[in-house]
Design a protein around this ligand. Structure first.
Ligand SMILES: Cc1cc2nc3c(=O)[nH]c(=O)nc-3n(C[C@H](O)[C@H](O)[C@H](O)COP(=O)(O)O)c2cc1C
Length: 283
């Protein structure tokens, strides 16, 4: 009837996969934090939930690296500066969130790398993600270390001192469950969209070049959505291609490029982006 697995004798990786593919779907906390130098950081965490309403307490858990046992920047930052923001992730920003999960070094600001505008909080000195449907400003309540070994968790509990609900998802003082369009995490590369079902996003293998390395003619244009730009910004370097024999029709190039991005043919999409740049420069 059941496959019963003894957690104590099971290896760490298998326990991890059982947890993340059996405890599903998990909400995603997109956590803004900063260190004492003022460098801001942004990273997603799905070992996350709310734990009480009086006072309002939320918690999430940045694990120590399974490979090196090193702490994540978010944990180091919150120990240094005990305030953080949590922005809820909706479908419109899911690819940018995935890009922000890359392991950029501590002085790199993932708000910039993943193309987010900063939302200035009222009661804490840390930014949140502008555009997120629901933002919580939190002050550190406690950090509970859960083992101190590689892959051990560190439960960070925060007291919410302010909520921000985007006006268009707030009807009669209630959050609309359809309009919030929140995204949650399942095992492996699976995600779920509250009212639309499952989809996959492959984990970034290397640190993407980031939004700050995208050419202005696409970044400042309105051709591409945040999710599409995040796919382009997720490559490790801009590929170089011959752009012979491609159409010079701008609208056609953009539409072909969007199709390639939707099929995750990122290198081919970049070929069209480079071609588009050549055409715009020639004009
Ligand atoms: C959707 C999603 C959920 C994640 N949840 C967790 C989590 O609960 N705990 C954790 O340690 N890492 C989690 N990660 C990985 C971290 O986001 C990743 O290690 C990130 O680089 C940490 O950033 P930091 O070093 O700037 O804190 C998650 C990644 C994604 C994409």
């Amino acid at each position: 009837m059941y496959n019963s697995i003894d957690a104590k004798s099971n290896d760490i990786k298998s326990n991890y996969h059982l947890l993340i593919s059996g405890i599903v779907p998990r909400p995603i906390a997109f956590v803004g934090s900063k260190n004492n130098n003022g460098d801001e950081n942004l990273a997603p965490f799905s070992f996350f939930n709310g734990f009480g309403a009086n006072p309002p307490i939320v918690g999430f858990s940045p694990a120590l690296s399974g490979r090196t046992g090193e702490p994540k920047d978010t944990l180091l930052n919150i120990k240094e500066f005990p305030e953080f923001s949590i922005s809820i992730v909706n479908y419109d920003i899911v690819e940018q969130m995935s890009l922000a999960s890359s392991e950029y070094s501590r002085d790199i600001d993932e708000f910039t790398k993943s193309g987010f505008e900063k939302f200035k909080c009222d009661n804490i000195a840390v930014s949140a993600v502008k555009g997120s449907p629901f933002i919580m400003e939190c002050k550190l309540y406690d950090v509970i270390e859960l083992g101190g070994k590689p892959a051990s968790g560190n439960l960070i509990l925060g007291e919410v001192v302010k909520f921000h609900v985007r006006k268009d998802i707030y009807t009669d003082d209630r959050i609309d469950p359809i309009k919030i369009d929140a995204v949650s995490r399942l095992g492996y590369s699976w995600y779920s969209r509250s009212n639309k079902g499952l989809f996959e996003i492959k984990k970034p293998r290397e640190n993407g070049i980031g939004f700050d390395a995208l050419p202005d003619y696409i970044l400042k244009s309105k051709y591409f959505s945040g999710n599409e730009l995040a796919k382009l910004a997720g490559v490790n370097s801009i590929p170089s291609f011959s752009t012979n024999n491609l159409t010079d029709n701008k609208e056609q190039i953009i539409s072909d490029c969007k199709k390639l991005l939707s099929e995750d043919q990122i290198d081919k999409a970049w070929q069209l982006i480079i071609h588009l740049g050549n055409i715009l420069i020639e004009k």
